[in-house]
Design a protein. Structure first.
Length: 148
């Protein structure tokens, strides 16, 4: 996708600890973790919770990319907090998500986590390695769900 870099609007309030949160002009949130420290995971959890709450209040479809390619493999604490986030997501919130991983081991670890999600959440979640592919898939989901 040409010009993706030009569509990014950085949200400075969430640039803390090991996490950078960006928002594309299409409304897609990108959470970039540089590590798997507890503080980083806590900042991620707070950001995701706030964005989910706002999307639910406004009845809008929320799309996000969780980029852990630089952070390494999920820690037990990261897995616990990801599960907590999934459990606290309102069941009628329209949500689509991509997790970006760096390698096959990371892919398999995230795949195991995704299998434990609800059927609706599994259908709305993808694991990928390429950010451009992730953005394109999410934009397709945005268009698809506009018509539902």
């Amino acid at each position: 996708m040409a010009g993706v870099e030009n569509q990014v609007e950085r949200i400075g309030a969430y640039c803390q600890e090991g996490l950078i949160t960006e928002r594309l002009t299409s409304g897609i949130f990108i959470y970039r973790a540089s590590d798997m420290k507890r503080a980083t995971i806590d900042v991620w959890y707070a950001a995701v919770s706030a964005h989910d709450k706002a999307a639910y209040a406004n009845q809008v479809h929320i799309c996000s990319i969780i980029d852990i390619r630089q952070a390494g493999w999920p820690t037990p604490y990261a897995i616990t907090m990801a599960n907590k986030s999934a459990q606290n997501t309102p069941p009628d919130l329209e949500e689509s998500m991509v997790v970006l991983v760096a390698d096959t081991i990371g892919f398999r670890m995230v795949e195991i986590m995704v299998r434990k999600l609800t059927s609706k959440a599994r259908h709305a979640t993808r694991i990928m390695r390429d950010e451009t592919d992730a953005i394109e898939w999410l934009q397709e989901r945005i268009e698809l769900l506009k018509h539902d």
